[in-house]
Design a binder for this molecule. Structure first.
Ligand code: 13P
Length: 257
């Protein structure tokens, strides 16, 4: 059985004080909730403060990005070594906003994934098509190509911690969630790809999150689908009450408490 996993991507939001307040609220609502694995990914400067609030819970803290080099002259970048030294659990890799605004390439995504695996993080690899690509009927090819290129050269042993997040770009921050059927169809293509490339038991074990305008109102319909194992939540992860609702409805949809 795959344990459902819901992670909040706070993106470039919140000050120190606001982040601590949000973390406290999440701790209060979800600190002892066990049916779903929960994580939050604050901006870099806020990570340690959030960890301090969540330290006595199972809620994991992650980063939204990192560099693939160990260290060196890369002004403005953050390394895996730094994140490891402060006890980060998850690293989001290849988010569409990184690809779109910061020129992140498939090649860069693969290198980051390799570094994340070497350091023992739980990588959350983001894939997803744009509206234009979907309208041209190319969505399956685009996502499979992103997967192929990101996972090229890795073995299933190396990848055992991997989480995939399917985030259709047209659904991010738009209020236009993919229907459960649309999301399930892509999740099953992703799982088939993993099974074919790395073997059935590996493909079966990997958790695939959906991301893109996830709300308490739409999460249950998504989570009852066979291949949807969790969510990567943007906007609604900034509201403790709504984020907790999303987590708990995910657990219920999968038969938990
Ligand atoms: P929204 O939930 O705001 O659409 O963002 C989704 C996302 O990009 C999570 O990584």
């Amino acid at each position: 059985m795959r344990k459902p996993v819901v992670v909040g991507n706070w993106k470039m939001n919140l000050t120190l004080g606001q982040a601590v307040l949000l973390a406290r609220e999440i701790r209060l609502r979800l600190g002892t909730y066990d049916s779903v694995e929960v994580g939050v990914c604050p901006p870099f400067p806020l990570i340690t403060a959030v960890q301090a609030v969540l330290s006595d819970t199972k809620i994991g803290v992650g980063a939204q990005n990192m560099h693939y080099e160990r260290n060196g002259a890369f002004t403005g970048e953050v390394s895996a070594e730094m994140l490891k030294s402060i006890g980060v659990k998850y690293v989001i890799i290849g988010h569409s906003e990184r690809r779109k605004y910061f020129g992140e390439t498939d090649e860069g995504v693969r290198k980051k994934l390799g570094t994340a695996l070497d350091y023992g993080f739980v990588p959350i690899l983001c894939v997803g098509e744009t509206l234009e690509e979907r309208e041209a009927g190319k969505e399956n090819d685009v996502v499979v190509k992103q997967m192929e290129s990101a996972l090229e050269g890795f073995s299933s042993t190396h990848l055992h911690n991997l989480i995939i997040a399917y985030e259709p770009v047209w659904a991010i921050g738009t209020g236009k969630t993919a229907t459960p059927e649309t999301a399930q169809s892509m999740h099953s293509i992703i799982r088939e790809f993993l099974m074919k490339k790395f073997g059935a038991s590996f493909g079966y074990s990997i958790r695939i999150q959906y991301g893109g305008s996830v709300r308490p109102e739409n999460i249950s319909g998504l989570m009852v689908k066979e291949d949807i194992d969790g969510a990567l939540v943007g906007g609604d992860s900034l509201n403790g009450e709504r984020f907790a609702e999303i987590v708990m409805r995910s657990g219920t949809a999968k038969g938990g408490k």
